[in-house]
Write a protein that binds this ligand. Structure first.
Ligand SMILES: [Fe+2]
Length: 338
């Protein structure tokens, strides 16, 4: 293996997991380093208990480098934790390239996409409580643009399923609703630009919850009437948070109307049937599906995908668009999710 040994060897301080306990370095898949990309971070390989410099910061990573890692059976390379912001920026720039690169296992691509989406959403829900920053919005637009095509097939949904969290976080819920919506949009007859806007509306649909008190947002269990009334303000607050941007009516509709029901019993406007825009009906149905299949389902244990679909289509008939549920069911079956 061609390794530059002129640089100081670095002690490997607990390089397991995403970052080590001492915040020193973190492992990544060698698939994430692209030949001809000029990385703004140094890459290290493990040798015994030490990390050895493999490519310098700013050095072009070549096909020969990649072949060398492959020939030596290296499954992980390492980046210093202090350079994580540079690595995140690099991933953001290359996400579209990563997702269409068939030489990268779909499990690796799925995990990079989910990690990127949930990291950005997590940061937004933590730091954008009074308004969405243009930087945050641009990051989400980049995720949507880079991944919509990748997410359009049942095969992609199958690859995403193992990495999707069904825990309690509003950021993982937002990512899941985006992924499910993108899968439905993949076979929905709709202009590409409208698909992009609907997908952006899906990833942003609950952004108004960023303004909610943490004690309510993170409450495990049923909300009381007062808390529920406050939470019902999140669609309107979400629109308010985006008011300074020209995000378009489709996106606004997804934020504002994803809790409307076909029978008119939803909120905030009590719209019914086709008065609820199609984009909002798609987001609303998968929003409910993700809630029923996750730990956020307050009234019972999480349902299986099959149970949740049946529940939406039968027990809740009259609330969600039957055509959306049929199309979603097809995608889930294609993905082998039941
Ligand atoms: Fe919501």
């Amino acid at each position: 293996m061609q390794i530059d040994r002129s640089k100081l060897d670095l002690p490997l301080a607990g390089a397991k997991g995403e970052t080590d306990d001492e915040g020193f370095c973190f492992p990544i898949s060698p698939f994430m380093i692209f030949p001809e990309a000029c990385a703004e971070f140094a890459v290290y390989v493990r040798k015994g208990k030490n990390l050895i410099l493999f490519t310098r910061q700013g050095e072009q990573f070549t096909g020969a480098h990649k072949a060398s890692l492959h020939e030596n059976g290296i499954r992980e390379v390492y980046i210093q934790s202090s350079q994580k912001p540079d690595y995140d920026r690099y991933l953001e720039e290359h996400l579209g390239t990563i997702l269409i690169d068939e030489s990268i296992p779909s499990s690796v691509r799925s995990s990079v996409l989910y990690h990127q989406a949930t990291s950005i959403l997590g940061e937004i829900f933590e730091t954008n409580r009074h308004g969405l920053s243009s930087g945050s919005l641009n990051k989400l637009k980049n995720i949507v643009r880079s991944s919509l095509q990748f997410l359009s097939t049942g095969a992609a949904l199958r690859a995403m399923a193992p990495v999707m969290s069904h825990g309690y976080g509003v950021h993982t819920h937002s990512a899941n609703v985006f992924i499910y919506s993108a899968a439905i949009l993949g076979s929905w007859k709709m202009p590409v630009e409208e698909r992009l806007k609907t997908a952006l509306g899906a990833i942003l649909h609950d952004i108004g919850k960023a303004t909610m008190p943490r004690v309510i947002l993170n409450k495990h269990g049923k909300l009381n009437t007062e808390e529920r009334d406050l939470m019902k303000m999140h669609p309107v607050r979400g629109v308010g948070m985006c008011a300074m941007f020209h995000i378009g009516q489709t996106v606004i509709h997804c934020l504002l109307f994803h809790h409307e029901k076909l029978d008119g019993s939803g909120y905030p406007a009590g719209l019914s049937e086709s008065r609820i825009p199609l984009h909002a009906r798609i987001v609303g149905a998968v929003d409910a599906f993700d809630t029923f299949t996750s730990e956020r389902y307050f009234y019972a244990d999480p349902l299986s995908a099959h149970q949740a679909l049946t529940f939406l289509g039968e027990e809740m008939a009259g609330w969600y668009d039957p055509e959306v549920i049929i199309q979603f069911g097809k995608k889930l079956r294609e993905a082998g999710i039941d």
